[in-house]
Design a protein around this ligand. Structure first.
Ligand SMILES: [Zn+2]
Length: 236
């Protein structure tokens, strides 16, 4: 996907560690919402990815979360299938027959091929994501493949640096390590982010994240709990 440097509000200008509370308050509310949905997805046994769509005025018009391993779709439309992705569940709430060029889709993890296709069909104008997904780095070549694809391709911004992006990839890494250790996807993510892979392995072994999920711990408390280890994993 074509990428541009992320918004300065997401990337801390000051080097070195900073207090979690300040960083959480600085993070754009749409990304905070994505991480809340991502944590809800992980708490429910799914992959741990969340997405929000905002309209021209900035108001939230749709949300969705990954429900890959759940039976019930709740307020989404897809659950328990290979296509029950966060972005698809958010896009599924938009009306067909109109352009959404003035809409922005926010997501915790870079959209996959399926979701990129959905974003193109919905004519979403802008995409913002926190964590890079190395599985789909080749999608940046898609707009050049065909004039129809290229003409409606969104402006894409991401990945962000730092702890929030690390957490956005840690959740699906942890789920993959928990349910399908050694899978092709888990190995690709671990090769991309070895320190995060080690952290996911430690958290699976200690059951720490599972306990936080079972206790209904809010995402900001989970982030606070993991903050120093997230800082280490992203070199801060
Ligand atoms: Zn997807």
């Amino acid at each position: 996907m074509r990428r541009e440097p992320d918004h300065p509000a997401v990337v801390s200008a000051a080097p070195g560690p900073s207090a979690f509370e300040d960083r959480w308050a600085e993070l754009e509310p749409e990304f905070r919402h994505c991480l809340e949905l991502a944590w809800k997805s992980a708490q429910s046994g799914s992959l741990g990815i969340g997405s929000v769509i905002t309209g021209a005025g900035g108001a939230v018009v749709a949300t969705g979360r990954n429900r890959l391993f759940e039976q019930h779709c709740g307020d989404d439309q897809l659950a328990g299938s290979p296509v029950a992705h966060a972005e698809m569940n958010a896009l599924g709430k938009l009306k067909s027959g109109r352009s959404h060029r003035d809409f922005t889709l926010w997501t915790s993890l870079e959209p996959c091929l399926l979701c990129a296709g959905g974003i193109r069909l919905a004519q979403i104008g802008t995409v913002r994501f926190l964590a890079e997904d190395p599985l789909w780095s080749g999608l940046s070549g898609l707009p050049a493949l065909d004039p129809f694809i290229g003409a409606g391709w969104p402006r894409i911004t991401g990945p962000a640096d730092g702890e929030f992006a690390a957490f956005a990839l840690l959740l699906p890494l942890h789920t993959s390590r928990f349910w399908t250790p050694g899978s092709e996807i888990e190995l690709a993510w671990r090769a991309h982010a070895p320190a995060l892979g080690e952290l996911a392995t430690e958290l699976v072994a200690s059951h720490e994240l599972v306990a936080l999920a079972a206790n209904g711990t809010p995402v900001e408390e989970v982030l606070g709990e993991l903050w120093e280890r997230l800082q280490l994993s992203c070199g801060r």
